[in-house]
Design a protein around this ligand. Structure first.
Ligand SMILES: [Zn+2]
Ligand SMILES: [Zn+2]
Length: 122
């Protein structure tokens, strides 16, 4: 049999379950532990477990991060700016990357709206 796993401990660092094969595990880019990540489940039709996420890094290709590191990063962000703001920022980052700045947390009161008059056929 080919494909002997490099690591013989197939325990997921996030949920503590032992994976059936090293195929289901990825190494965390941040902490170096192995966790469930199954990028192949869509093709194989097998239900894979995800205890982390894979994101596109700036220079090193795909970076994988375990759920613990993602959670820790999220908590840090929340502590810094507040939960709502952190969620909004991460959403914007997911959609647009780091290039699109958000408006300030407390937007100024909306100025008087000028109603548009629609042209209707009477
Ligand atoms: Zn897991
Ligand atoms: Zn990690």
């Amino acid at each position: 049999m080919a494909g002997t796993p490099a690591q013989d401990d197939l325990t997921c660092a996030v949920c503590g379950e032992v994976a059936e094969a090293s195929l289901w595990l990825s190494e965390c880019f941040s902490c170096g532990r192995y966790f469930h990540l199954s990028p192949y489940n869509a093709d194989s039709g097998m239900a894979g477990k995800d205890c982390g996420d894979a994101v596109l890094g700036e220079s090193l290709g795909v970076e994988t991060h375990c759920g613990d590191c993602i959670e820790a990063e999220r908590r840090t962000a929340e502590a810094a700016v507040g939960p709502g703001r952190a969620r909004a920022e991460s959403m914007v980052r997911t959609l647009f990357g780091d290039e699109l700045p958000l408006p300030p947390p407390s937007p100024p009161a909306p100025s008087e709206r000028r109603p548009f008059r629609r042209v209707e056929d009477d």
